[in-house]
Ligand binder design. Structure first.
Ligand code: ATP
Ligand code: FE2
Length: 321
């Protein structure tokens, strides 16, 4: 059965197609945010303008017609309400028009499940690091349980704030990673509390130090410190949960230095390390198409969430997985 997935929680409109074995299309259009960050209404406008062309490209790439689709999934949340409505409306229309089942998908569950699929993992400790979220999770009785998480902002948002303070051309983690390669180490505040951690003090200190140090030194030291915090908390969670696999996922999972540090920690603890390709870690539609398919099959067509709405503050603990 062919599934289609619509993703529009924030800056990216993604449409993916999965045929039950592999991803056939994963197309997207990204709203380029103004300097101050995303304006939800403008992002939603951009998604609605781009919808038709992204859909057509995805169908062409997969070599299918809309009437070939047997299942539709959409990102229910968490995210920005005006953006979320775009995918929900499209999914409801499709489900009605072709009388096919519809699956509301939790955005973070999708980031995790596509990572599991790509890495061939069954029961990992999940290190989920994206813009708004930074969490350590394990699956228990068909739900994800949060073992540790950020006490303030997500690591991706922390990095983007720092990038803005640095006046980088693109306020994005990829840019910070690039300039970090030229830097040397400066000591910075380090905040880990058990399996929780916090990043806003680190960002504030880095912003102050930008007056005395190069952006490269700050970027390098920020990454070393923030990623070490994450590794320390993840190692504790690994011990506690007694897992043999570590899955890194979410937008920040694309960072090579973070991958290297977590891979090292995994090897020291005889655990397998896995991370999916970048196209599945940034926001994308394939993860929604895949996860809709996975959940539909897992629950034998009787997926327990029948609430076909949007949920801007959807907590991962509340989502079937
Ligand atoms: P969420 O899943 O919380 O809704 P999101 O919608 O912000 O996240 P994602 O695409 O999952 O979107 O993650 C985007 C974040 O990933 C941004 O903060 C971005 O700076 C960060 N990011 C992307 N590439 C890198 C990189 N190479 N190094 C560090 N951070 C990165
Ligand atoms: Fe995301």
């Amino acid at each position: 059965m062919i599934s289609i997935g619509f993703e529009s929680t924030a800056h990216t409109l993604g449409i993916g197609i999965y045929d039950g074995r592999s991803v056939r299309a994963n197309e997207y259009a990204t709203y380029s945010q103004p300097f101050g960050g995303i304006k939800p209404g403008d992002a939603a406008d951009s998604h609605s303008v781009n919808f038709e062309s992204v859909l057509t490209t995805a169908l062409n790439r997969a070599g299918i017609k809309l009437s070939d689709v047997g299942l539709v999934g959409y990102s229910k949340g968490p995210g920005m309400a005006p953006c979320l409505r775009i995918s929900r409306a499209a999914a409801v229309f499709l489900a009605e028009r072709y009388k096919i089942p519809i699956i509301p998908v939790h955005h973070s569950v999708a980031h995790i499940e596509i990572g599991m699929h790509e890495c061939g993992f069954t029961d990992p400790l999940v290190v989920y690091v994206s813009g708004g979220n930074t969490q350590l999770l394990v699956k228990r009785n068909g739900r994800y349980a949060v073992l540790g998480e950020t006490l303030d902002i997500g690591l991706g948002n922390a990095i983007d704030t720092l990038a803005r303070e640095m006046r980088l051309e693109r306020a994005h983690g990829g840019e910070v990673e690039r300039i970090a390669k030229t830097g040397k180490y400066i000591e910075l505040p380090y905040t880990v509390k058990g399996m929780d951690f916090a990043f806003s003090g680190l960002v504030t200190r880095c912003s102050q130090l930008l007056r005395e140090h190069s952006a490269g030194d700050i970027a390098f030291s920020f990454q070393e410190t923030a990623f070490a915090m994450l590794c320390e908390a993840a190692e504790r969670a690994l011990m506690l949960a007694k897992k043999k696999e570590i899955l890194l996922c979410g937008g920040v999972a694309q960072n090579q230095r973070l991958q290297e540090m977590l891979r090292g920690m995994s090897e020291e603890n005889n655990a397998k390390f896995g991370v999916a390709a970048p196209e599945y870690n940034r926001d994308n539609g394939a993860m929604i198409a895949y996860t809709a398919h996975y959940l539909y099959a897992k629950y034998n067509g009787n997926y327990p969430d029948k609430d076909i709405v949007i949920s801007p503050k959807y907590r991962i603990e509340d989502a079937p997985a």
